[in-house]
Design a protein around this ligand. Sequence first.
Ligand code: DAH
Length: 358
Amino acid sequence: MADIETLQSEILAEVEAAGDERALEDVRISALGKKGRVSELMKGLGKMDPEERKTMGPALNGLKNTIVDAIDAKKSALHEAALDARLASEKVDVTLPIAPEAKGSIHPVSQVFDEITAIFADMGFAVKEGPDIEDDFHNFTALNFPDGHPAREMHDTFFFHPDENGDRKLLRTHTSPVQIRTMMQEKPPLRIIVPGKTYRCDSDQTHTPMFHQLEGLVIDKETHMGHLKWCLEEFVKAFFEVDKLRSRFRPHFFPFTEPSAEMDIGYEKVGNEIRIGQGDNWMEILGCGMVHPNVLRNVGLDPDEYQGFAFGLGVDRLAMLKYGIPDLRDFFAADIRWLKHYGFAPLDMPNLASGLSR
Ligand code: DAH
């Protein structure tokens, strides 16, 4: 009996000394686990004579219960202490100043790309991209620019040095090569837009060597000029956020479309402000046309089965027009004052539901 009491006070002392839940679990196993000290004593009960068992049985049970209760009590005490410690270390000081406002802003070109993408996404267009460094085939040949054709010269191309095979890579002069890449990779019907950087050797108030274009391409079996006209008019109205639009499609030449046109939109000048939509003045806004049968053949499509329209527009110029920015070169001057003035709030993603430019 004395042994039991000693063992009890020993184990209770160990329980009391346990500093955390792991240590307490070790104590439990060493006392009550399969090979624990109390369990070993209990195994001995079977070998005792009935008289001895009568006294030892209840004594051992009492010991076990006392220890279980002590462990449970210690466990909840430790648990609470752990929680208190966590609460103390993780406390929030609500008197601290809030996080400072974001310093950056969205560049007008990024903003306009996001706006245009929102409009065309609503019409079911997917976004495609292609490499800035192109080859002659994708930038010119496949787009029906014949070798030596003067249209190649119009583009003021930046060429790389020829490689060992004599092939000259170039910086793409327009986003149209992505038409070719997409048509060679995917089967029609296609409805894509291509936002991206483009390069020409040119620099003045309205030209920079790097600028941004957006290409559009629709290929299907019954696509016609009426679809082109509707699609582009809806786009321009949504982009300039006007209900009415005067527009005209003026014949033009591009090697990769036939017929080709430039789209003009009406505008009026009120003081220094340009109002898009109405008025007697015309402004050229984009190039477009029906995809040339040769282009379709070049990518392995049968022009008797498929046809489509394409368009290309200058994104920087659209940004200048919509947001009244006078000089294109400032776009790329990385002047923090300019960016603060013309930039957009980072968390306002343009969408058609809440208004593009709010
Ligand atoms: N690639 C032309 C350029 O950079 C723009 C263009 C015009 C693209 C008409 C088109 C189009 O897809 O149909 O000058």
